[in-house]
Design a protein around this ligand. Structure first.
Ligand SMILES: CC(C)(COP(=O)(O)OP(=O)(O)OC[C@H]1O[C@@H](n2cnc3c(N)ncnc32)[C@H](O)[C@@H]1OP(=O)(O)O)[C@@H](O)C(=O)NCCC(=O)NCCS
Length: 162
């Protein structure tokens, strides 16, 4: 996937961003963001496996600064969003919305008709972003995610018809 135009988000019009493919060489910066935002972050191995499997993986940059990234897996005519993350400094500036738009554009170009994802039921910010983008809840996976101290929480399964 190559998305080379310079982009801005409506909420951060002064910041010029661009997409670049995420490669193993970029993982130090990605892991730093990953560990700063998730209680249960992906490991280097998770990212390496995803890249080795040929999943779509893009990072969003402003200059050399990593704004965010996403990883998605195409399965026949569906795309499963596996990871979408915006760094703490760049939250609430519309960058997740922009990445979802880029993902949908790429998925349509691949002839896909559905986007799918799972999200922790406590992740109200992400659920809000997904709903705003047209995702609807289609299922609930009980005890899907670890939350620590042996406890688990449910995942909302959401889909979006392209
Ligand atoms: C979820 C995430 C990707 C959103 O990124 P973002 O760039 O801040 O998202 P946007 O700026 O595009 O949109 C933020 C929206 O969430 C809303 N929001 C912020 N905090 C919220 C909360 N606690 N509850 C509900 N909505 C909230 C904002 O008002 C905004 O909505 P609006 O555009 O309708 O005003 C980012 O917060 C993140 O990386 N979180 C940690 C990783 C994660 O949870 N990833 C998703 C895993 S499924």
């Amino acid at each position: 996937m190559t998305l080379s135009s310079t982009l801005t988000s409506a909420q951060a019009p002064a910041l010029q961003a661009r997409f670049e493919s995420l490669t193993v060489d970029d993982l130090d910066a990605v892991i730093a963001v990953e560990q700063s935002v998730y209680g249960h972050p992906w490991t280097v191995g998770n990212f390496k496996d995803a890249l080795a499997s040929g999943y779509a993986a893009q990072r969003l940059l402003a200059g050399n600064t990593l704004i965010g990234y996403f990883v998605a897996m195409k399965v026949i005519d569906e795309v499963h969003l596996l990871n979408i993350t915006v760094s703490l400094q760049h939250r609430s500036q519309g960058w997740a919305k922009l990445m979802l738009e880029a993902l949908a554009l790429w998925a349509r170009g691949q002839g896909c008709t559905w986007l799918w994802l799972e999200v922790r039921e406590s992740n109200h910010r992400a659920i809000h972003v997904y709903r705003s983008h047209g995702f609807k809840q289609v299922g609930l996976r009980k005890d899907y995610y670890p939350v620590g101290r042996g406890l688990r929480e449910a995942a909302l399964v959401m889909s979006h018809k392209l």
